[in-house]
Ligand binder design. Structure first.
Ligand code: FAD
Length: 365
């Protein structure tokens, strides 16, 4: 078995394959847990009342179990629960979608009006008439630590992991695949492809690669109110969402916040890492409306890449001797361990008990 791309999804795939006793090789064009793809920036929001589609909820519930299992086995912190607040007008995708998922799956949640939001969470200044859904079982996961932990667990179970090795192309054979890499040829019974932002070079799926910036601001009054603080998604008047995390990077580390989906197309090999003053001013102005005490000086700004499908749902699919996982559309990291489990299922048995029909690329045909 060969896994190509050892970022979020690929690291979890090698971990699950190796744990099942499968002989697995993994190749990665950069180093372990690097910052050149989509899985860097110290934190990723994880939540259950999933406004994107309630279909994701069973996968999330399984992902939570697997996050806890991985952090226990690797003896490292990966998942922190802080609670999550999803704010917007009553009919917004963020609020109404979260409520729908919570009700459909009977998830514990509270609905708050704007005054109640301000009373319970004073950093938020929702507009009159906005609503908030609060759920206690939301929080964040640590992307670099998670990739490193999955790779360590896989190596411990015998996976052969090779870094600085790039896939060039492959051909399917009667009993597997023949793969050309920058380090020679590899033959394997099955290929799992999880190349993140480089997927458009390898798969026939409509994908856009987008540059998205993560910002850390220093709250002028200090970071203390943001330490014991929920993760959040807040939707403004035109559907534009921002999301943010608690202050987890120390007193001088700033507090992370970003636009959800406000990027521009990029070539993954030419990602522009320079963040302009105009970009900083735009997000600060938006943050000032909902969390005024956060809108201070910029501490740092780090670009990253979304690989987005037309409907913003994932692509996870097996055809012949190749299983593909791509198009995670800016919301995939929270699912990393369950996608690893699904990839291991598909690669070894051709099927999975998990509900993944939403991720079938045939929907684009
Ligand atoms: C700014 C930002 C914020 C986000 N916030 C959240 C969030 O709060 N919550 C959430 O759930 N999700 C979030 N996401 C989305 C999530 O991080 C991604 O969906 C996820 O990281 C994608 O994982 P991946 O394995 O597909 O890609 P990656 O982790 O990038 O892995 C792909 C790997 O393939 C390797 N590779 C590519 N081509 C080759 C080749 N030819 N040969 C060998 N190796 C190759 C790459 O080097 C890379 O390591 C965010 C994403 C970004 C960019």
């Amino acid at each position: 078995m060969l896994v190509v791309g050892l970022g979020g999804m690929g690291s979890a795939a090698v971990r699950h394959l190796a744990a099942r006793g499968v002989r697995v090789t993994g190749i990665e064009r950069f180093g372990p847990a690097h910052d050149r793809g989509s899985s860097h920036g110290r934190s990723r929001v994880i939540r259950q009342s999933y406004f994107e589609d309630p279909t994701y909820v069973p996968l999330l519930l399984r992902a939570y179990d697997l996050w806890e299992q991985a952090q226990k086995e690797a003896d490292t912190d990966l998942l922190t629960l802080t609670g999550g607040l999803y704010l917007g007008p009553p009919d917004s995708a963020t609020f109404a979608g979260s409520l729908r998922a919570a009700r459909e799956h009977d998830l514990p949640h509270e609905v708050l009006d704007a005054a109640e939001v301000r009373r319970r969470f004073p950093t938020f200044h929702p507009a009159p008439g906005e609503h908030g859904l609060f759920e206690s079982r939301a929080g964040f996961v640590r992307p670099e630590a998670a990739v490193a932990a999955h790779l360590d667990l896989a190596a411990r179970d015998g996976a052969d992991l090779r870094f600085g090795v790039r896939l060039l192309d492959w051909t399917e054979t009667a009993d597997g695949v023949r793969v050309r890499t920058t380090d020679g040829e590899i033959t394997a019974g099955h290929l799992v492809l999880s190349p993140g932002a480089w997927a458009p070079g390898f798969v026939d799926v409509p994908l856009r690669v987008e540059r998205q910036v993560q910002f850390w601001f220093a709250p002028p009054g200090g970071a203390a109110p943001f330490v014991d603080h929920p993760v959040y998604v807040a939707e403004g008047a035109h559907g534009q969402q921002i999301y943010g995390l608690p202050a987890i990077d120390g007193p001088a580390g700033g507090v992370k916040v970003a636009f959800f989906r406000r990027g521009r197309d990029t070539d993954p090999d030419a990602l522009d890492r320079v963040v302009t003053d105009a970009e900083v001013a735009e997000v600060r102005e938006r943050v000032a409306r909902t969390l005024p005490s956060l809108a201070g000086p910029l501490v740092r700004a780090v670009p990253c890449m979304y690989t987005t499908t037309p409907d913003e749902h994932f692509v996870v699919h097996r055809a012949g001797n190749v299983t593909v996982a791509c198009g995670f559309s800016g919301h995939g990291f929270k699912f990393v361990p369950v996608i690893g489990e699904i990839l291991a299922d598909l690669a070894t048995t051709g099927t999975t008990p998990h509900p993944i029909s939403l991720f079938d690329p045939a929907r684009f045909a």
